[in-house]
Design a protein around this ligand. Structure first.
Ligand SMILES: NC(=O)c1ccc[n+]([C@@H]2O[C@H](COP(=O)([O-])OP(=O)(O)OC[C@H]3O[C@@H](n4cnc5c(N)ncnc54)[C@H](OP(=O)(O)O)[C@@H]3O)[C@@H](O)[C@H]2O)c1
Length: 253
């Protein structure tokens, strides 16, 4: 099924017959400066959400925020390294100061190093991959959850990978970080479900971004499930491992 992005400036009321309402919802998206995170942020803006995006490269998040604001959505662009707890705390404080709450957290920031056999892989690259891909979502959840509890609930979406659901030789660090993220997702869903916070993971498929050398499908084509999971229509969904391409049939199982 091919997704056609709605015209700039128009909020879609339906997406494949699904009523999508993000009006007034506050979404914090990590790694929102480019690639999948930016495409999801733009999709959220089209659905009338208010955005906060972060990444380490200030120029990229500022440029992305400009595009988001051109759609009529409010957007905060805040530099932050998700692996640094002090920066994460400051980020969340600033988002709450501006918007008063956080309804959706999308843990999208991620890194992948060159595929390398374990015997030749630098321990420093292992640590770096784990810090961004696994410690980052933990730190973000730790900082955002009290805000969601106070506000009566929310939605956390962790961006995983098919490499976090299978055995891919030479991807030990990236794969283990994403397998870890899947486990974290399941545990968190069980832990915070009683507080009306839902937690799910999404594997986006093979997407044309800097991470893949711009091979794969368009980032805009994988955003639909993220909008669904942030919406009230997705409020019954928690603890699921979904794919951008087949999430509807996965939810029917
Ligand atoms: N593209 C694919 O085919 C694919 C497939 C499966 C899963 N994924 C996952 O999708 C997510 C997005 O990847 P992408 O393909 O869109 O890659 P990308 O274009 O390289 O974007 C990654 C984003 O994460 C940010 N980021 C990286 N390290 C960060 C840190 N320490 N703190 C804050 N932000 C950080 C980057 O900005 P800065 O570098 O400026 O910080 C950038 O905005 C990742 O989790 C990736 O593992 C991608």
């Amino acid at each position: 099924m091919r997704y056609t992005a709605p015209p700039v400036g128009r909020a879609p009321r339906t997406l494949y017959g699904l009523s999508v309402k993000l009006d007034g919802k506050i979404a914090l998206i990590t790694g929102g400066g480019r690639g999948i995170g930016k495409a999801v942020a733009l999709a959220y803006a089209r659905a009338s959400a208010k955005l906060a995006i972060c990444a380490r490269t200030a120029g990229e998040i500022e440029a992305a925020a400009k595009e988001i604001r051109a759609l009529g959505a409010e957007c905060l662009a805040l530099p932050c390294d998700v692996a640094q707890e002090d920066q994460v705390k400051k980020l969340v404080d600033e988002v709450v100061k501006k918007f008063g709450r956080i309804d959706v957290l999308i843990n999208n920031a991620g890194v992948m190093t060159r595929p390398t056999p374990v015997t030749e892989y630098d321990a420093s690259k292992w640590d770096y991959t784990m810090a961004v891909n696994l410690r980052g979502p933990f730190l973000m959840a730790k900082a955002v959850l009290p805000v969601m509890f106070k506000n009566g609930g929310g939605s956390i979406v962790n961006v995983s990978s098919s490499i976090g659901r299978g055995a891919y030789a030479n991807f030990a660090a990236y794969g283990a970080s994403k397998w870890g993220l899947e486990g974290f997702t399941q545990i968190l869903a069980a832990e915070v479900g009683g507080r009306k916070v839902r937690v799910n993971s999404v594997e986006p498929g093979y997407v044309a971004t800097k991470l893949t050398g711009f091979h794969g499908s368009a980032p805009e084509s994988v955003t639909e499930v993220f909008v669904f999971l942030g919406s009230d229509e997705g409020s019954h969904v928690s603890g699921h491992m979904l794919s951008s391409s087949s999430w509807r049939s996965e939810l029917k199982k």
